[in-house]
Ligand binder design. Structure first.
Ligand SMILES: Nc1ncnc2c1ncn2[C@@H]1O[C@H](COP(=O)(O)OP(=O)(O)OP(=O)(O)O)[C@@H](O)[C@H]1O
Length: 364
């Protein structure tokens, strides 16, 4: 292994040459794991770990194995000899926080997305059949089961994707046309501003009550064409979403956006800058991949539904959890549905008050 790796580093120019002498990185320790092995690497002075991490794709190809290179008290390279499974079933978890399980990494560890974490807005993209609907089903099911989050759902496919969540009590809004999406987005913004006012009155910097998650199933529906009669309403929605992406986190108003056709005019620079977590399934090409994760890597993902790159501060390849429509229905069978009384609570509420209907909100 040392020799193969040394040849690879040499070919990639990861070396220090001084006169006749060439110094290459060396393996200082190797640990076996169920998933493969971990190499601790000592770099010659003059080579930075960032140089190696940048080249991990080329190293992977040269070693003919998936690898992950990262810094943890030194340069570490994990070499995966076990393949990621193509199917891992979703299992509901009882939790007291806003973390939802999304998939497993190559070490077999479950990865969670945290709606109350430092990067709570989420963008999901990729080709048709990649697994976007399945992951949003799993995420929304976790949120409904957790009963600590309210939902605004926008589904312009006539409710095909998100309709199953429409009648839960926590679904405070459902939009199936552009006009309703605009109204819902503005309601979410009013809620956000209302929460800021409550927080200011309480001298608090963060919202500790229920989260409000605004789900938009297909951002490409907001794309405008020359002479588009709906351009105004689409631009209105985009402006509101941009403001929520910038200010929503502290108020617990979170965006979960998805697209099958990522393009720069829909996921514009501002929204993208403010959404620090992305999940990209396979994309049609490098350009689409760049819009979601700022690199072309998602175009090279294998054609396996559920295989994605999960990007927060680093990129990680995951297999997302599979949750079928029928299984989601079964899991949600006992969740609280809307009744005539609580529908009115919700529809007539003022910003910051819709949550009071639940009686368990804490504003610190
Ligand atoms: N995590 C997964 N594990 C295994 N199979 C999956 C997974 N996700 C999706 N699939 C399979 O791929 C099919 C398509 O997935 P899904 O409907 O989520 O795609 P999509 O990206 O939403 O496509 P579209 O944009 O056309 O709706 C699913 O019906 C399922 O059979």
């Amino acid at each position: 292994m040392q020799q193969t790796l040394a040849l690879t580093f040499d070919a990639l120019g990861i070396k220090v040459s001084r006169g006749d002498s060439v110094t290459l990185p060396t393996i200082t320790a190797q640990y076996e794991h169920e998933w493969g092995y971990r190499l601790l690497i000592k770099l010659p002075s003059g080579v930075s770990s960032a140089d190696v991490i940048k080249q991990q794709r080329a190293i992977s190809e040269a070693l003919r194995a998936d690898i992950e290179a990262y810094w943890k008290n030194g340069l570490v390279i994990d070499v995966f000899t076990r393949k990621l499974p193509a199917k891992v079933l979703y299992v509901a978890e009882k939790r007291n926080d806003w973390k939802v399980p999304i998939g497993v990494n190559r070490r077999g560890e479950t990865r969670y997305f945290d709606f109350a974490g430092p990067f709570p807005h989420l963008l999901t993209g990729g080709i048709a059949g990649g697994g976007k609907s399945v992951i949003s089903r799993g995420i929304i099911t976790s949120l409904v089961l957790g009963d600590r989050t309210d939902l605004y759902l926008c589904d312009l496919k006539g409710g095909v994707e998100l309709g199953m969540f429409r009648n839960f009590r926590c679904t405070l809004g459902f939009a199936d046309n552009l006009q309703k999406v605009a109204e819902l987005a503005e309601r979410a913004e009013r809620e956000m501003n209302g929460r800021y006012a409550i927080m200011a009155a309480n001298g608090s910097q963060d919202w500790h009550g229920r989260r409000l998650v605004f789900v938009m199933d297909e951002m490409a529906d907001l794309k405008t064409r020359p002479g588009d009669p709906e351009a105004d309403v689409k631009n209105r929605i985009k402006s509101v979403l941009t403001r929520i992406s910038a200010k929503g986190r502290a108020a617990g108003v979170i965006l979960m956006l998805s697209t099958q056709r990522p393009s720069a005019d829909v996921i514009d620079g501002l929204i993208k800058t403010n959404i620090a977590t992305s999940i990209s399934f396979k994309t049609r090409d490098g350009t689409q991949s760049r819009i979601i994760i700022d690199s072309t890597d998602a175009a090279d993902l294998p054609d396996i539904p559920g295989r994605c790159i999960y990007q927060q501060q680093n990129d990680e390849i995951l297999q997302t959890f599979l949750l079928s429509y029928e299984d989601a229905k079964k899991l949600l069978a006992n969740c609280e549905m809307k009744t005539e009384e609580n529908v009115n609570d919700v529809n007539e509420s003022q910003p910051g008050e819709s949550l009071a209907a639940y009686g368990n909100i804490t504003v610190l």
